[in-house]
Ligand binder design. Sequence first.
Ligand code: PEP
Ligand code: MG
Length: 756
Amino acid sequence: MLTMLRHIIQEVSSAQDFSEALNIMVRRIANALATEACSAFLLDRHNGEYVLVATQGLNPKGVGKIRVPIDKGLIGLVGEREEPINLDDATKHPRFLHVAEAKEEAYHAFLGTPLIYHRQVLGVLIVQQREPRKYDESEEAFLVTLATQLAAIIAHAEATGELATLFEKSQTKKHELVYSGVPGSPGIGMGAGVVIYAPSDLDTVPDHEPEDIDAEIEMLHASFAAVREDLRLLAERLYPLLAEDERALFEAYQRILETSELAKEVEDGIRAGNWAPGALSKAIDVHVRRLEGLDNEYMRERAEDIKDLGRRILAYLLKNDRAAPQYREKTILIGETLAPTDLAEVPEGCLAGVISAKGSGNSHVAILARAMKVPTVMGVSDIPLQVLQGKEVIVDGYYGQIHVSPSPSLREEFERLLAEELKLDEELDAIRDLPAVTEDNHHIALMVNTGLGADISMALQAGPEGVGLYRTEIPFLMRDRFPSTEEQRIIYRQLLASFAPRPVIIRTLDVGGDKPLPYFPIKEDNPFLGWRGIRITLDHPEIFLAQLRAMLRASEGLNNMRVMLPMVTDVQEVDEALRLLRKAYTEVRDEGYDVEMPQIGVMIEVPSAVYQARALAKRVDFLSVGSNDLTQYILAVDRNNPRVANLYDSLHPAVLRALMQVVDNGHQEGKHVSICGEMAGDPASALLLLAMEFDSLSMNASSVGRVRWAIRHFTKKKAAKLLHEVLSMESAVMIRCHLELALERAGLGNLIRAGR
Ligand code: PEP
Ligand code: MG
């Protein structure tokens, strides 16, 4: 069964398109279960109907036409119950719905199972047979197992819009597509897609209309000829060294180039309206998928050969710089994995948005984008990069969503929001130099988070009272070796000097988890529960001491530096870090630097630190809550995993209670308590944090203005009442709704979007 299952999935995955995949699927299932009919009905949510999209055994003319209302028939019942229904005679069931067009009167036995992905019913898969009989347990288990795997393929087709094209009635909406990722940098960006791709990567070559079809075809044949010649020369040189079967490989390559249909297929693709690299990528993909779907291991291996050939031809096709991006006036930069340099290369004033298929809000690109105030969405895993070149794209950096080819009404809606944003920005600018004081005269310090040289000026522009978190790992991540003490000193000095006399909290190295250093590989099954943050630096005092020395030297004469320790779980870690700090301090003073002992603080990022906040506070000068990690560890939800992103919410009642406990414990020891996770930059959450008596909030530069605005237009008294109200609520969703309502009522509705 397992082998059969694997083969069906392989075959379905290697189909040319989604429609073919569905046809393969129903045929193969009918075969595997030796049953007469197998059909797939997928949910057209727009119309509230299940649509027959593939069948073996029912009337093939009904495909795309037969529609069963969501609450009718046995199909509807399987969807409602979200579990299989197995009947020996379906016609006797009260929910049996006779659909004349389907020509299913002859069938009696019925087994239907829902196709569910991420809790959503996407469709129903059924098998039928003339003879009344109950499908046995193993058949039912087989269908259920298959359905779980197929659901992922269907969800992908839904995301790429292929599903919509199958639903005749919803065709008018088919071009407008929405993709979800995670917010990388807030704001709304509107423009045209420019896809950045590695010139040797066939999978990311974008589709493009050819400027001159004949020239493309000519280039194609020249590239084939060039690869043939390369291979001939290579073979000539290597033949004496090769065994018989290795030589056969070269011969096979030559045969593919000379006699196969490949060139013809690519040519057809060009004539059909794609440029040569795009048409080549498509043709290679078809061959590869076909080979990978075969039972024969040897033939499956050949898929790699075809890919290799494809890459060689592509390299010739992309010579003469044809791969250089053609930036638009309003460029939405799109790529599988973008590098910070990709952003830097876009001509000034032209970068309207960024989309990365991989990465998270913590990736360098996202950090740089925030620094540059460019709306960004990260981790959009389902995005079909190839087709976005030149398409109209809207990047919603607040919600982490992307709209491709928006309808006029959607475009208007976003244009309106953008105009509102600009207006709000102007208003925020006007109060930039005013402190965050509530209407009833309560002050809370607003600080910025920084981590990249480039964003210092942006951070200063936000008018903060200091830096609440400087993430030192960025300079470490951007090199191919540990930065020297002197290199670090220069970076820290620039930061401290830019903000002096305002305080600057520099966090010691926090790598590991999702931030591995390329030159310090850590292989672990559970990186977030493994060697990260202070655990690494205490195990490598030479790295820790070098960093502390660099910090201390950098602070000479400025004395505005504070040091903060990440990922602390135990008081012993603090004691040891303090010992090393004192050691570094003595050494630096002995070297002749006239420095003061800096204040030191601990980040509260894990539940154990919450419960020991008082003991930790005793040892240091301040506490700062890292709510990003604290939320992740309290809720046991990976902060970078889009699959569980809906469960990650810093407004969860458990997180709120932990925050209150930290403030209370810190204040009992008379210590300053701050918060520097993303929630501090959410205007609605900031009001709760104000009520909780946090002494300062540290956030991205782009959030400071909105949080300042919210605080200046609210009273501490109202915030306290709000906190009291939300503490009686049992879910993050209710709390968020309640906060948004309160903001609306206070005339601060325009800040809500920024809180996402
Ligand atoms: C946090 O965890 O909230 C935090 C500020 O640190 P980082 O996001 O760098 O892990
Ligand atoms: Mg953290």
